[in-house]
Design a protein around this ligand. Sequence first.
Ligand code: SF4
Length: 171
Amino acid sequence: MRMLLHACCCSCFSSVFEQIGGSYDLTVYFCNPNIKPDKEYARRLEELKNYPPSMGIKIVEGTRNFIELPYGPEGGERCRVCIGYRLNEVAKYSKENGFDIFATTLTVSPHKNSEMINGLGQVLSRKYGVEYLLSNFKKKNGYLRTVELSKQYGLYRQNYCGCTPKEIHPS
Ligand code: SF4
């Protein structure tokens, strides 16, 4: 099956790739216009392109256009809108380019609500007529593996998702 896998950084990707990389004909979709500043965006994309275990796997960069997000803390409505926007791009690209299934690495993060993400994925699956892989990649030591693999390959681990701290906690 041809899968379009949305990924936002190499550390999260490393564990998900270990879990499902062998089961699909994979293309990685870096669609993360939420990541600020530009330097950070470029760093995450570059590292993804150079991850030794997935060398040779195609990486496509998605849109850099983004939307205004509602104000609020991480984990709430602000994130739902942000993730919904990105997953919509993933599902749309899947449909337009003949993928059988789409998925996201986002559920590997303990800061992300897998139920909310899977709900969005299912809605978009119906909208575009492309299968969505339900996931909770943090389970079965999935998150722990991001830490271990990052150590093994010397991966960069950012301490924030994509919004600058000021956007979430303006003082
Ligand atoms: S914390 Fe992450 S998911 Fe939430 S709004 Fe910011 S960039 Fe998007």
